[in-house]
Ligand binder design. Sequence first.
Ligand code: DC
Length: 232
Amino acid sequence: MQVPDIIIAVDGYSSTGKSTFAKLIASSFGFLYLDSGALYRGVTLFALERGLISAAGVDEAGLRSALPGLELHFERDEKGTRLFCGPRCIEGEIRTMEVSSYVSPVSALPFVRSWVDEHLHAFSESGRVVMDGRDIGTTVFPQAEVKLFMTARSEVRARRRYDELVLKGENPDFEEVLHNLEERDRIDSSRAVSPLRRAADAFVLDNSEMSLEEELIWLQGLLQGKFGILEA
Ligand code: DC
């Protein structure tokens, strides 16, 4: 299907399959895929490694002064899109439970959000981008032509996340995964800066009972209607 040069924003709750769907959109329509959550995770890993996160919380002043020294970028190859910190691939390390437990307080910091937003704008200069996150349609790209807001029942989402962690060789506890996910949604939705919420013009996609293929068919229908695309 011939989709015009637009920006597609995919926002929604944790573990709703936003990145899987956004990657499929990218490969189906020849779009560049950008994972904004990966950048927040990269900043969180950086803060952990610098000893800027402790039981007392995030050392905001320390992180603010260290952040300009952080270099994150995406590399794309046959393995997909992976996040790098300088020459080091950190794609695996940013997806651990440890990073997941601290990423929400880190991403609630306004100076971290500005740093990530600047990077997202620089990475998407050429347009024809699909980007997933929590505030893409509301804050990062409010002018995005197509906005999706993904949701699913929390038990369904926790089961997906649990299976992902098991596949990676971790030994997760289902209740802990469910709690982490609900807690992240709570913090993400209630923070003062750019909270997770549906943009007024976003289309809601509840995929609790949908396959990835059905999601793509749903989107194709939406794009055909919106842009008057005739052929499938
Ligand atoms: O999509 P993810 O689970 O990898 O995102 C990790 C965290 O980053 C998530 O808990 C909230 C935060 N995030 C955000 O605040 N804004 C975004 N645009 C993307 C992610």
